[in-house]
Design a protein around this ligand. Structure first.
Ligand code: MN
Ligand code: MN
Ligand code: MN
Length: 281
């Protein structure tokens, strides 16, 4: 069975509604799908209904932005109970921080000479959590940039005017809230942080001390040697291995559903270590 334990719906910055995402996963041959929207569990109930209808296993998940050693990292919570009070409280605080940041992004873009695209970005988010991809889509929709990749390159990517920092929760708080909700915390896409080896190992030490249990050793946009290396690192730290496409949009084939499969044979899969459940009750 194909596991894809990292995917986004339009409850955050994905383009498909939760039910459409589940249908796309089934068509891609995925047997177990985790919906891991950024700092929200709002799509889980709809996804669970759709998953039951098409006969795939839905893993209730979330991707929490957190601060560790002055940088932003992403922590996946897999097999969570979305109604757990500590997790719900943390996500409510995060969504307030996200809204503040979104407003800062819009202001920064206008200062850089672009036209106000707040309303369009809000419309792109369709009531979901606002993030940089929504501003990328809004800049394209208002004819200010030809495509989303350029929007990131010129205005929203790391170091650009719209790359506004945000006060995310500390790493330990994110891991603790996931644990309190019955889930296993997995550090998402470790290669994306572009850390030196020393810094990555230091981050993982901190992550393990906080109670983190898994490492996403295979991600949609990742080369094979990196996956093998991450397997070795996971083993060294006693972390279980997770895999997920980080799917957002059918137009981005490098993050296609089911693409981050299989796990290398030497990996200890996260689902063999921790019951991931079948979605919210
Ligand atoms: Mn995203
Ligand atoms: Mn991420
Ligand atoms: Mn993601």
């Amino acid at each position: 069975m194909i596991y894809d334990l990292h995917a986004h719906s339009n409850a955050s910055d994905g383009v498909l509604a939760p039910r459409e995402l589940v249908q796309a996963a089934q068509i891609a041959g995925v047997g177990a799908l985790a919906l891991t929207d950024h700092d929200t569990t709002a799509g889980l109930a709809e996804a669970a209904v759709a998953a039951a209808a098409v006969g795939i296993e839905l893993v209730a998940g979330v991707e929490i932005s957190a601060t560790a050693a002055g940088r932003t990292v992403h922590v996946l919570g897999l097999g969570i109970d979305p109604s757990a009070p500590a997790l719900a409280a943390l996500l409510a605080a995060q969504s307030a921080a996200r809204f503040e940041r979104a407003s800062g992004i819009n202001t920064a873009l206008m200062r850089a000479g672009l036209r106000d695209c707040w309303e369009v970005a809000l419309a792109c988010a369709q009531g979901g959590t606002l993030g940089r991809p929504h501003f990328a889509r809004a800049l394209v929709a208002t004819g200010q940039v030809p495509d989303e990749k350029l929007a990131f390159k010129r205005y929203l990517g790391a170091g650009c005017v719209g790359d506004i920092s945000c006060d995310w929760v500390p790493l330990a708080a994110a891991v603790a809230a996931i644990g309190a909700a019955g889930g296993i915390a997995c550090l998402a896409h470790p290669c994306k942080y572009k850390l030196t080896r020393t810094r990555l190992l230091a981050l993982l030490e901190q992550f393990c001390d906080a109670g983190g249990g898994g490492l996403e050793v295979r991600s949609g946009q990742q080369a094979e040697p990196e996956t093998r290396d991450l397997c070795i690192i996971a083993r060294k730290f006693g972390l279980a291995a997770s895999c997920g496409s980080d799917f957002h949009d059918p137009a981005q084939p490098w993050q296609a559903l089911g693409r981050a499969w299989p796990l290398p044979v030497e990996a200890t899969p996260v689902w063999s270590r921790h019951a991931l459940g079948a979605g919210p009750n």
